[in-house]
Design a protein around this ligand. Sequence first.
Ligand SMILES: Cc1cc2nc3c(=O)[nH]c(=O)nc-3n(C[C@H](O)[C@H](O)[C@H](O)COP(=O)(O)OP(=O)(O)OC[C@H]3O[C@@H](n4cnc5c(N)ncnc54)[C@H](O)[C@@H]3O)c2cc1C
Length: 517
Amino acid sequence: MIEFHTDNKGLLPPLKTQVLVVGSGGAGLVAALAAARNGTATTLVEYQGFVGGISSTLTWLGFHDQEYRLVVKGIPLEIVRRLQAAGEAGAFALDPKCSSALSLNNHYYKCLAIQLLKEAGVRLMLHTYVVDTLREGDRIAGVVVEHKSGRQHILADVVIDCSGDGDIAARGGVLWEKGRTGDGLVQSPTLVFRLGNVDRDALIRGCQDWRLVYREWLDPYPELRAKFLKRLPTVDTFIFGGFAPLVKKAIDAGEFHSPQTRVIGVKTHVPDEFLAVTTRILGLDPTDVDSLTNAYVDVYQQILEHLHFFRKYVPGFKHAVLREVAPMLGVRESRRIMGDYVLTGDDVVTGRIFDDVVCMGGYHVDIHRPDGTWVQSTDTQAYDIPFRSLVARGVANILMAGKCLSATHEAVASTRVIPICMAQGQAVGTAAALAVKRGVTPREVSIRELQAALIAQGAELRQTLGEPNWQAIDEVGQFPKKGQPADDGIVSAEPPAVPRPPAVPSPPQVPVEHWVR
Ligand SMILES: Cc1cc2nc3c(=O)[nH]c(=O)nc-3n(C[C@H](O)[C@H](O)[C@H](O)COP(=O)(O)OP(=O)(O)OC[C@H]3O[C@@H](n4cnc5c(N)ncnc54)[C@H](O)[C@@H]3O)c2cc1C
């Protein structure tokens, strides 16, 4: 006789924590560290088997603003210094468009991240998927998770949504938006891959060949271009966005079919390595399982064609090998949770100052076109991120950080880079800890106390920003302040004609469109 066995014992006993962070990408990792270091019992839930999310697959852009000042410090900068001290990251490579790039050993970073969480006393739950929320009135009492041991409730005083998809807020009935106004399309996603055995010198010679247009943003500025290309052999890391003639040649030969017309990527600090950001999917719905699965199926096939393209067409890649494919599809944009304030494109382009600033950014508005190729870029000035854009609207105890903050499609195209996501994480982790300590909701936390705590813990809230970094501007160069070339959809950004306004609280905003589950 066949006997059937079952492990299904129903719901496991609930777990209680003071602060619950969902998602361990750059935002969630730092949020958990900040909450725990500020003395609260903190649990970090992640459905992958590693921490770091997308930050563990890429070069980190945007620690600096376009005046080459560090706008992100605190815990994110501490992680950088630990990586550099261990010889596992390069120096910051300054860049006129992307401000700066930090190339790192992403595997070492994953190990370090786990060590930091352990040191801080964070309870980590890997391979654990949040499948629902427990809503009680105006608060989320906790979440429902599934893991190898079964189904379990996690109850928390404060829940921080760093899922990148706004899963917690969406399942908890909080308003959210997705994609751009009008058609709801999100930025196109990419599966990143690394190539090894690249001939760096041959690649640099290719970059210096003006016919290949290695960095087309530089082309209208011969002086800046010459300065940039002269420095290339002396820097360990440099960013790619160009080589359009080579891609066109491959397209014309029927050897390139992705919706992509440029080579996008990074020459990393590892001498023979290149990080390729060339694959692309159009029309993804990142919260639909069929759409996601189809994207993976498509994008893995693209990689084989791109490998052939690099070897055949791009200088220095003749003997390149496929060294690694990122463990997760890079989704640039998903749900954006609506908070007490919605950060706008105008806020980031004009460098808006907020009274309730809790972190800063300065990366350009970098939109990988949802329905086309290449990117659309608008320059920014160092801007504040207000606490209200990290507080979920209409609920008492949800904070969010990272890709799913309360921002428009345009604003998130700047705030989405890893350092700025991490800085948001430090802000919400610290706020959650203060809320628990004071016995109040996160919304009721004293902004002055929160800002003082963040500054004491090294965060940049404009207090040490100072003058533009003139020495770096002189050495690296800068785009003229009077706007950018408008070719191929690159949007001009005129600096504001008047000095920045004094710090004033901005009025609450109502989104044009929203969807509720
Ligand atoms: C292709 C691509 C290239 C990019 N290039 C750069 C670059 O070069 N430099 C740069 O600085 N930035 C870059 N960015 C932007 C940046 O990497 C991301 O915006 C940023 O890392 C997002 O961080 P996050 O913590 O908000 O989200 P994620 O890193 O997406 O983290 C979310 C985490 O939550 C987990 N999760 C999700 N749902 C659940 C659930 N229900 N239960 C449990 N866990 C869950 C996920 O597994 C994941 O680990 C790029 C983005 C993409 C997609």
